[in-house]
Design a protein around this ligand. Structure first.
Ligand code: F3S
Length: 63
C-alpha cells in the first residue's frame, strides 16, 4: 500500500496524525501533513486507511 498527502487539499487539521502519528508528520511552517515514506509498512494498512478516512479535506490518497 502507498499513501500520499495532497498538499493543495491539506489544511493542517491533524486528524491523520492522531490515527497514525508515526506515518504522518506536521510541516513546521504551516502544519500541513507529509509522509516521510509513501510505502506503508506491512501491518499498518488499517491505520493508513483510517487516517485517510478521517481527513475532512479528503487530502490523503491510499492505493
Ligand atoms: Fe491535512 Fe487532512 Fe491530515 S487536512 S493534516 S491530511 S487530517
Amino acid at each position: 500500500m502507498h499513501v500520499k498527502v495532497d498538499d493543495d487539499r491539506c489544511q493542517g487539521h491533524g486528524l491523520c496524525r492522531i490515527s497514525a502519528p508515526d506515518l504522518f508528520f506536521a510541516r513546521e511552517e504551516d502544519g500541513n501533513a507529509y509522509v516521510k515514506d509513501e510505502h506503508v509498512p506491512d501491518g499498518r494498512e488499517d491505520d493508513a486507511q483510517m487516517a485517510a478516512d478521517s481527513c475532512p479535506e479528503l487530502a490523503i490518497e491510499v492505493d
